[in-house]
Design a protein around this ligand. Structure first.
Ligand SMILES: *Cc1c(COP(=O)(O)O)cnc(C)c1O
Length: 393
């Protein structure tokens, strides 16, 4: 069965009524016939049928055993970290999501969990950084915002050989484009706020484990800590998933056109998109995913925060906002926005230049998007050296 068909039919028809849309069970508790005798649910933090549907759907899409839904992507990440104990070490991708960096360093380090950030785009860096304390390897691929690609299969083999878990934040690719558990990862997390929800109208997070016992441990943490996804937001994510396949196709198509356009533009010095053959790890992206996603980042030739701010406030269709993955195109200036919580040196070392702009390419007509980028680029002051270079050409 094709992925599209499987995806659409992974959403169940309600057995009780035949409802084609998953019902929203807006309830806190469930009546019991006798103590402990119930219809599978007792209290809605522990389990809710709408959330349970979403948890089954995402587990199927990611080819895992267990899905667990949380109130946000960060709550999902937090639940995975609670598998660790004092003295354990996390080996994490250096170009990590800002909120994950903040959680690792400002919350978990004080409980005796250390973090070592490495450039995971070379699998041997991961191999070399492993210590007996390493318990969890944490990668995002593609990363945010520089779209770095790490080899999931190669890193999964290193994780296995060293008895640690590999967790992949699959937010940027979505399960339509990339299935890390099939490549050997143990855990997948999503900010469902992004592509899975897809309409910029909710905050949600998901965890999927390959192994049932590990899934049960995270389900225990979900109930014990309580950061569950509400029934209504669970329903919204399910509704988003219904069109995920179509939406990802359109995101990929538009983003590739935007990347190609920027790649030859004189006001742009670098473009980051895994679908460009010039991308550092294009070959790995081709091998492990069926598409390159909707995020494109680039550095202005005038690589200053001033020029970047001028650009991000100069577009009309691309709206200035944090977040990504919706139908409407968005853009942001990571150094000032999403990556502000990462110290400047660390941020620059990970490639997040002052003049870097991140685009979340949506579903508008591509010609309209390119016109919008063109007019905003033409308004960004070009440094003197470059003007001379341009006039020589
Ligand atoms: C947004 C995001 C998160 C955090 O998710 P929230 O839903 O905002 O809590 C984690 N990882 C990545 C890659 C993200 O883009």
């Amino acid at each position: 069965m094709s992925t599209a068909t499987q995806l659409i039919h992974s959403i169940p028809v309600d057995e009780l009524t035949g409802a084609i849309s998953v019902p929203i069970y807006q309830t806190s508790t469930f009546v019991q016939e006798a103590p402990g005798l119930n219809k599978g649910y007792d209290y809605a933090r522990t389990g809710n049928p709408t959330r349970a549907s979403l948890e089954v759907i995402i587990a199927e899409l990611e080819h895992g055993s267990t899905g667990i839904a949380f109130a946000s992507g960060l709550a999902a990440i937090d639940a995975v970290l609670k598998l660790l104990e004092s003295g354990d070490e996390i080996l994490a991708v250096d170009d990590i999501y800002g909120g994950a960096f903040r959680l690792f360093t400002q919350v978990y380090q004080k409980f005796g969990i250390s973090v070592n950030y490495v450039d995971t785009t070379q699998a041997e860096n991961v191999f070399n950084a492993i210590t007996p304390k390493t318990k969890l390897i944490w990668i995002e691929t593609p990363t945010n915002p520089t779209l770095k690609i790490s080899d999931i299969h190669a890193i999964a083999r290193i994780a296995k050989a060293n008895a640690c878990w590999l967790c992949v934040d699959n937010t940027f690719a979505s399960p339509v484009l990339q299935q890390p558990l099939l490549l050997g990862a143990d855990i997948v997390v999503h900010s469902a706020t992004k592509y899975l929800g897809g309409h910029s109208d909710l905050i949600a997070g998901l965890v999927v484990t390959k192994d049932e016992a590990l899934g049960a441990r995270i389900k225990f943490i979900q109930n014990a800590s309580g950061a569950i996804l509400s029934p209504f937001d669970s329903w919204l994510v399910i509704r988003g998933i219904e069109t995920l396949h179509l939406r990802m196709q359109k995101h990929c198509e538009n983003a590739l056109a935007v990347a190609k356009y920027l790649d030859t533009h004189p006001a742009v010095s670098a473009v980051f998109y895994p679908g460009l053959p010039s991308h550092h790890n294009h070959a790995i992206a081709l091998k492990q995913s069926s598409g390159f996603g909707g995020i494109v980042s680039f550095i202005l030739a005038n690589d200053t925060a001033h020029a970047a701010v001028q650009f991000v406030t100069g577009t009309k269709l691309f709206k200035l906002a944090e977040s990504l993955g919706g139908v409407k195109s968005l853009l942001c200036h990571p150094a000032n926005m999403t990556h502000r919580s990462i110290p400047a040196e660390k941020r620059k070392a990970a490639g997040v230049a002052d003049g870097l702009v991140r685009l979340s390419v949506g579903h508008e007509n591509i010609a309209d998007l390119l016109v919008d980028l063109e007019q905003a680029l033409s308004s960004v002051s070009i440094p003197r050296e470059q003007l001379q270079e341009a006039s020589v050409r």
